[in-house]
Design a protein around this ligand. Structure first.
Ligand SMILES: [Zn+2]
Length: 411
């Protein structure tokens, strides 16, 4: 057994909620409470260069203990913040040992019940030790399970010098949950060749594909007049915007009608007055060609609406948000191969899959650090029913250690 549970229980009690409305970095100062503690714990393990930088990132290196000099430097990365959606203050973790499969009623709010059939993967956990919160907060397994696993793997490698590995870089980021986790990462300083975020769900999963994502802003310029004297003149931007939204496909191309590898066009914001309205959209697909297609569809819808408003105009502005990491990972097949091998070596049947979203790894991959996502065991995240099992966390520690070892063996 490793120290992973003990670490996890310690870390989730520290409130590290991030804030989407903050302009500072990190978005909340309290994230540093955990990051500072991680630095102290890493130093206690003998990791001399462990430090918190001015932006709130923890960097640390487990030095190589191999004779080989050409082993790629591998980074393991997790985020310290928790979701703004649910409180992360005064988390009271509960370990349900050797769980028998019955409903888990959370004591501080008995309407919060973990039930087989309602939470996926829970039926796989009978006989395992499940950790939950107490009913009024999230648990924070997203992503403190990953943090605890990387820390426990570090301790394991430090205490088992017979396991050979190259230099291993540890990176703990703030603000992943508010989409800013990679904003201030110093890739040159990190100096890693390949990375793995440890922020995935079910045991054995390896996520190597994310959405490609663009934002679109449509600005509608109508023709404004006094409403009492508007006959034949007024072209109300609010109505034009309404027509555009009403013309979006109803049975396809939306988040509520798509799954798997299907993409969508999704309005997220509307703001304005009769003279001028801005509409915000997010577009998602797994390929850039698919994204371009969705941009063309949206543009055509807007142009067609404008036919009925001859004196009005639109601006159509596309902003790139992030890209499918697969584009990069395809150029470095050994990153996935070694993770799959590491999971097999831990007795798991790896499941390779895609995420209908983005990860810190999608951005890191395009910043020069090819970086798929491996499981941390976290489930039902961003909710009061969040759970993780101790056995899954132990497996993740084993997989991290195996990955380090496999890169050395193959060098
Ligand atoms: Zn996460």
């Amino acid at each position: 057994m490793t120290s992973v549970l003990e670490r996890f229980l310690r870390y989730v009690k520290i409130d590290t909620q991030s804030d989407p409305n903050s302009e500072s970095f990190p978005s909340t100062a309290k994230q540093r409470d955990l990051s500072n503690q991680l630095v102290v714990e890493l130093q206690e393990l003998g990791i001399e260069d462990a430090h918190l930088d001015e932006h709130g990132y923890v960097y640390a290196t487990i030095p190589s203990n191999s004779e080989k000099t050409d082993i790629p430097v591998i980074c393991f990365c997790s985020h310290v913040d928790t979701s703004p959606d649910v409180s992360g203050a005064h988390v009271k973790p509960i370990v349900h040992k050797n769980w028998g499969g019955s409903d888990i009623v959370l004591p501080d709010d008995t309407t919060q019940i973990l039930r087989i059939g309602e939470l996926h993967d829970l039926d796989q956990q009978i006989g395992n030790d499940i950790v939950t919160a107490s009913g009024t907060t999230l648990l924070g397994a997203d992503n403190k399970a990953g943090v605890a696993e990387i820390m426990a793997a570090t301790e394991y490698l430090v205490n088992h010098p017979e396991i050979k590995h190259g230099a291993i870089r540890i990176l703990f980021t703030p603000d992943e949950e508010v989409g800013r986790g990679t904003e201030q990462v110093n890739i040159a300083k990190l100096g890693a060749n390949f990375g793995y975020t440890v922020d995935g769900e079910a045991v054995g999963t390896l996520e190597d594909e994310t959405f490609s994502a663009d934002g679109v802003k449509i600005t509608v310029h109508g023709v404004s007049t006094h409403p009492g004297y508007a006959l034949g003149k007024l072209e109300n931007a609010l109505k034009i915007a309404g027509d555009i939204l009403a013309a979006l496909p109803k049975d396809s191309l939306s988040p509520e009608t798509t799954e798997g590898k299907q993409g969508f066009i999704h309005p997220t914001q509307i703001e304005g007055i009769q003279e001028k309205v801005t509409l915000g959209f997010i577009l998602r697909d797994f390929t850039v060609a698919g994204l371009n297609e969705k941009e063309a569809i949206l543009k055509e819808i807007a142009d067609n609406v404008l036919i009925n408003y001859p004196n009005s105009s639109i601006e159509f502005k596309v902003t790139e948000q992030y890209r499918n990491m697969k584009e990069i990972l395809n150029q470095h097949p050994q990153v996935l191969e070694n993770a799959l091998l590491a999971m097999q070596k831990a007795g798991l049947n790896p499941i390779q899959r895609s995420i209908r979203g983005g990860t810190d790894g999608s951005r890191l991959s395009f910043m020069g650090l090819p970086c798929p996502n491996i499981f941390a065991g976290e489930h039902a995240f961003h909710s009061k029913l969040e759970w993780v099992s101790v056995q899954d966390m132990e497996k993740a520690v084993e997989v991290i250690v195996n990955i380090a070892q496999i890169w050395e063996e193959k060098a």
